[in-house]
Write a protein that binds this ligand. Sequence first.
Ligand code: PLP
Length: 399
Amino acid sequence: MNMISDALARVKPSASMNISAIALEKRAAGVDIIPMSAGEPDFDTPVHIKDAAKRALDAGETKYTAVDGIPELKAAIAAKFKRENDLDVDPKDCFVATGGKQIIFNAMVATLNPVDEVVVPAPYWVSYPEMVRLTGATPIIVEAGAAAGFKITPVQLEQAITAKTKWLLLNSPGNPTGAVYSKDELLALAVVLREHPHVHILMDDIYEHLTYGCKFYTMAQIAPDLGDRTVTMNGVSKAYSMTGWRIGYCTGPSWLLKAMSKLQGQSTSNPCSIAQWAAVEALNGDQSFLAEWRKVFEERRDYLVERLNKIDGIECLVPEGAFYVYPSCGGLLGKTTEGGRLLKTDEDVAMALLDEMDVATVHGGAYGVSPHFRVSYAVSKEDIGKACDRFEAFVAALT
Ligand code: PLP
């Protein structure tokens, strides 16, 4: 008997997690692998945040908490939304989950039926279409290539919306491209969304603090009239280098938060109590290191993009945010590697880079727009330099 459910059988495993697992295995086996596939900052969690977790442990904050988060964290989230996004949010309308991922998962599972559709701009974060598919609903993929700066237009959005559309999932700064929607671009999408009051908006703002030379905006901030159908999602993973702590949060319509609470209450219950106290410190405490980290990322981005664009067959836009670049590898296809591998797809390129050059990246096919590959620059400048040497050697040896 097949024990796997139809729902799970519809879902693909996460390509970035698979490749990162292979990279970790290689490293454990002593290979000098450069891990540019993972989506996490390479900085350590700041000491004041770790100290808050230690204090929570010592104070016995080790029990179940309210399913949707401790009041102190919800207050810190409301204050953050006011301070950074100009959103007036009541702490009771804030919701905490085990990562931003669980916020999105909760929202999708709480609302979608198999007849429904969700507009997903591509390139997309690998989990969006799969979470939608798990519910039986259909992701409607709207492709925005490099020529469009990897951002969808209002016309594309209009064409994608049907009577069945329940959500638009919008991520800015974006994974895998680093593209950032400007205020005007968001305003233009808001014009379309106003015409379709049945469509809800999930803004994935997880890379909010990682923008370079441009300002971050979120939909509920620039179109407050859409606030009652917008979920503004964020988390401490990327901003505070707290990926392992698993704390994400959102605000949104109270009927939805209530439904998400019901789902979370019957699945994972509250997020880790100690991590919640650490997140209180992350949001309320010193923020000055964020500017330093941003500067480090920006320098790495500039260096990486410059070197990639010097390689024949690779073309790379300069992304305005996150810590990824998404170069095209179209010019490498049809060629054969030194190891005798014919490069037919971007997956072949990423796998050849992993096997023959010991650089872990993720193929664009996983994100819905090919031929590209995603390179994370959340590694040291030295490693970026070594990786670029290997990219150059890889391409020079192609025949
Ligand atoms: N959204 C995007 C676009 C991401 O890249 C990630 C992590 O990779 C997440 C959400 C989820 O982050 P977390 O669950 O660690 O908060």
